[in-house]
Design a protein around this ligand. Structure first.
Ligand SMILES: [Zn+2]
Length: 145
């Protein structure tokens, strides 16, 4: 068996359990955000979480394979598995925060659930992001602190 197909086999063998855990975690995360959004009358948290999950999955898979490859160069077998897990976690983390950041920027550009409010204290107009909410809709960033 070639080195590459051995890596693929190890990654494939470790994937179902890791995938099951990841899917469960993501489902809970998504459920919490949907509930949050419903109570705030917005869809931004859900959009953001979904973007994060999608980004985490795509980047995480690539990073897991990269990690497994690097790991097997350092220590074939155990290194492959550890490299794959570490790569997957690191990649999933970076990928999901990067896409959440991007989703936020895009939502702002599209004025998705963003309203212009007038500050009750200094009368300045400010951008109010519905999804951040929690009672600061009447004050601008400067006055709410
Ligand atoms: Zn103000």
């Amino acid at each position: 068996m070639s080195e590459t197909s051995r890596i693929a086999t190890v990654v494939a063998a470790a994937t179902p359990a890791a995938t099951a855990v990841a899917v469960a975690v993501d489902s809970v995360r998504l459920g919490v955000n949907v509930a949050d959004d419903v109570s705030h009358g917005t869809t931004r948290n859900t959009t953001k979480t979904m973007a994060g999950i999608a980004g985490g999955w795509s980047v995480g898979t690539g990073a897991a394979i990269t990690g497994a490859t690097v790991g097997s160069m350092l220590c074939p077998g155990v290194g492959t598995l550890i490299g794959g897990i570490v790569g997957g976690i690191a990649g999933g983390f970076v990928g999901s925060s990067a896409s959440r950041f991007a989703a936020d920027k895009i939502s702002d550009k599209l004025h998705h659930d963003v309203e212009v409010h007038k500050c009750q204290k200094c009368a300045k107009s400010f951008t109010y992001r519905k999804y951040k909410s929690e009672g600061d809709e009447d004050l601008c960033d400067d006055c709410s602190e």
